[in-house]
Design a protein around this ligand. Structure first.
Ligand SMILES: [Zn+2]
Length: 339
């Protein structure tokens, strides 16, 4: 009996060391340039992976190849989770093709599409998702992945019923909110998530639109604050209402715009003016923005459509994080917030 115990301890020792070393390692996040769509890869210290959205189909497999190249560089050969925020081409575009090339653990989406075109889009994806588990996301759900916490805050037009921990304070910006017309499109159905890694928090709301954004923060801010804000809907003015952007108080924003898609001057200004924002990084120079509504050149990953540079983020459990522009190697460290 004693020998068995010693043997068990000997086996357990290296595992304990491995666990200790992985807690020191960061979360790696890759914002892939898909020319104004979305594709964001997360890799945990233990090598678990989640991809949010899959870029556009076509263009000689441009976006799927960029995703596969990023996975290779990140050292992942499977996706533990493939989250499709909603059924528009620039998000679900390569989901089925990707699932044919790499194993997928869980497919996460909001359920049935609400647009007829989207139902047609669902076709190949519907078949693909039978190859893994399927989570029809509801607000409050956790996306199953070890090493980080991914909480669904919006899905299928619904939003969180209760505030996230340490959130829920009244939002004084609600009084000035002006609703827009109800959005009947897939955008309003977007699966939105808050991703927490230790004290680091970021938000990705897909293409969620104006009135639905407001529901998350009025009358009480159900989300709280975030360190990193991925601009909603590629930085267009139908989204990025000040009532949510300014209540989230991001330290850093990353705009997943293309040269000719997203990055509208109005939304850019809202993000730029957010209280406490230290920097705005952009995947692309936005042609619509001109010189007054683009961030400084060194924070832009792609000046035009001839390159496909990423913006990479390394997040640590103490809440500090580093952002890197792959084009020029510019790296900036954001220290943990003081408590
Ligand atoms: Zn989109």
């Amino acid at each position: 009996m004693r020998y068995i115990l010693l043997f068990a301890l000997a086996l357990a020792a290296p595992a304990t060391q491995a666990t200790q070393s992985t807690t020191e390692k960061p979360l790696e996040i890759y914002f892939i340039d898909v020319e104004g769509g979305q594709a964001t890869l997360f890799v945990t210290p233990a090598g678990r992976s989640m991809l949010i959205d899959t870029g556009f189909p076509g263009y000689q497999d441009r976006d799927i190849n960029r995703i596969l190249a990023t996975m290779k560089q990140a050292g992942v050969s499977r996706l533990d989770d493939l989250l499709v925020t909603h059924f528009h081409l620039d998000h679900v575009g390569n989901a089925a093709a990707l699932a044919a090339k790499v194993p997928v653990g869980t497919f996460v989406d909001h359920g049935d599409p609400v647009e007829r075109d989207s139902k047609e889009l669902l076709g190949p994806y519907d078949t693909a998702r039978t190859s893994g588990k399927h989570l029809q996301a509801k607000p409050g759900d956790k996306v199953p992945i070890d090493g980080m916490e991914v909480t669904v805050v919006s899905a299928g037009g619904q939003h969180l019923a209760r505030a996230l921990p340490d959130a829920g304070a009244p939002n004084s910006l609600c009084a000035a909110f002006k609703p827009k017309e109800t959005d009947p499109s897939e955008n309003a159905q977007s699966v939105g998530v808050v991703i927490a890694f230790g004290k680091f928090r970021m938000i990705d709301l897909g293409d969620l639109t104006w009135n639905k954004e407001q529901e998350l923060v009025c009358p009480n801010n159900l989300i709280g604050s975030v360190d990193l804000y991925l601009t909603t809907h590629h930085g267009v003015a139908q989204s990025n209402a000040p009532v949510i952007v300014h209540a989230l108080k991001p330290r850093v924003a990353i705009m997943n715009n293309g040269a000719k898609k997203g990055g509208s001057p109005e939304a850019w200004q809202v993000v730029h003016d957010s209280p406490g924002l230290e920097d705005l990084w952009q995947l692309h120079y936005a042609m619509a923005g001109g010189k007054d509504h683009n961030t400084a050149e060194q924070f832009i990953a792609n000046p035009d459509e001839t390159t496909a540079n990423r913006i990479n983020v390394t997040a640590r459990r103490d809440g500090s994080f580093t952002v890197t522009n792959e084009r020029n190697g510019l790296t900036k460290v954001y220290k943990a917030r003081s408590q």
